[in-house]
Design a protein around this ligand. Structure first.
Ligand code: FAD
Length: 383
């Protein structure tokens, strides 16, 4: 965007938050030629409670950002299996039809994104907090006050997660919040027994198991209410049996996951990306794909000075994940519905693979247009 060097505190773009969304937004914008500065609260390396699974759509968006997660330790993921964690091993599974997904430790993914951003000359200020934004929503130049000084960027992007300060300071908090759940992440040393992500369902919530290398598993436990025990496997007997010889490793981390939808994701020269811009429940596995897709759409909008087009692209890519989040949370709240769904999946073996294809964006129009999938879904919910 700028052909002449900009003063260090007046970049084309200031991004607040160096999580996956912030780094992806910085990469995509720098790739378009914008000068970019990122400010981040914490110090690297940045870890966060996450299931550590990348859907095929996330891997594809990463490729567009010039980031290859297969260049570091990872595990390929071929599909998803749902299992009843309490009863006899009822299950349903589907394979990704177009390309595999990937399991990768959060810290490895963060380092890849950071390396790519630094290669594109993005400047990062660590341990820096935003304190105030002047001129938000007006036509006057932005002034962003941070603990590292005042920045006067042309554009400001809030990528500061679920509890975004930029969202609040820019007056973009209006919207709706759905269910909030509690997520706990634990790594285990174990040789993966499958290349599927396994999601174990219990009346308390889900445990989903993602292979992240040839010798490590990541398990995300997601509960409707605060767990009363630290022995998370106790609520998932089938998984506990499966992991009898696995050893917990590293630090256990917790985080909230919530469903939030905002009326607007931009105002004046300020835009939101990633969880700051609204979120879907962790069970969808869609959070990171959304971060990367939104980052790419945002860079297009910034380079054409048309943030309204970002609002539209954001709505487009969030629509299906929201529907899936709603359906999955419905099954979470009503365990009888989950059991019914498992029975329906075993009666019509193509139903779960079709739903999975719809979820990950493999041929969605063909699947919806066929009528068969919709009819089966209605049948499932009404039986
Ligand atoms: C239990 C759990 C499991 C999940 N599993 C998956 C999964 O398997 N696959 C998937 O795709 N998604 C998953 N998700 C969702 C995914 O983790 C999020 O969607 C993703 O982390 C959002 O990235 P983000 O960059 O928007 O926010 P964050 O990762 O929260 O990053 C925000 C960054 O902003 C910084 N920050 C905050 N405030 C400020 C401030 N004022 N100034 C400067 N910096 C600030 C924070 O320190 C942080 O580094 C899961 C989520 C949870 C909770």
């Amino acid at each position: 965007m700028t052909n002449t060097p900009t003063p260090l505190n007046s970049p084309d773009l200031l991004v607040v938050g160096a999580g996956p969304a912030g780094l992806a937004a910085a990469i995509a914008a720098a790739h378009k030629g914008l000068s970019v500065v990122v400010t981040e609260f914490r110090r690297p390396s940045i870890d966060k409670a996450c299931g550590e699974g990348l859907l095929p759509s996330a891997v594809a968006a990463l490729a567009n950002l010039g980031v290859d997660p297969t260049s570091v330790e990872h595990a390929p993921i071929r599909g998803i299996r749902f299992l009843d964690a309490t009863g006899p091993q009822a299950s349903a599974q589907g394979l990704f039809r177009s390309a595999p997904g990937i399991g990768i430790r959060r810290t490895r993914l963060h380092q890849l994104l950071l390396d790519r951003a630094l290669n594109l000359r993005v400047r990062v200020h660590w341990q820096t907090a935003v304190q105030a934004i002047d001129s938000a929503g007006t036509n006057r130049p932005l002034e962003v006050h941070t603990t590292a000084g005042v920045f006067r960027p042309q554009y400001l992007v809030g990528a500061d997660g679920l509890h975004s300060s930029v969202r609040r300071l820019a007056g973009l908090n209006r919207g709706s919040i759905g269910q909030t759940r509690i997520g706990i992440r634990q790594h285990f040393a174990a040789t993966p027994h499958t290349d599927l992500v396994e999601v174990y369902w219990s009346p308390l919530g889900q445990a989903y198991v993602t292979p992240i290398s040839s010798s490590e598993l990541c398990i995300a436990f997601v509960y409707r209410s605060r767990p009363t025990t630290r022995d998370h496997l106790a609520s998932f007997p089938a998984l506990r049996d499966r992991l009898r010889s696995a050893t917990p490793i590293g630090t256990t981390l917790g985080a909230l996951t919530l469903t939030r939808s905002l009326h607007r994701v931009h105002r004046g020269n300020i835009a939101l990306v990633g969880d700051a811009s609204g979120s879907v429940d962790a069970i969808t596995g869609d959070g990171l794909a959304l971060c990367f897709q939104q980052a790419l759409a945002l860079a297009d909008a910034l380079s054409s000075h048309d943030l309204m087009s970002y609002q539209q692209a954001h709505a487009r890519c969030s629509r299906l994940p929201r529907v899936m989040s709603h359906l999955l949370l419905l099954m979470d709240r009503h365990p009888a519905l989950f059991s019914k769904a498992l029975r329906a999946f075993s009666r019509s073996p193509s139903l779960f693979p079709d739903l999975l294809s719809l979820h990950v964006g493999d041929e969605p129009l063909r699947l919806l247009g066929s009528g068969g999938l919709l009819a089966s879904l209605l049948c499932l919910l009404s039986n």
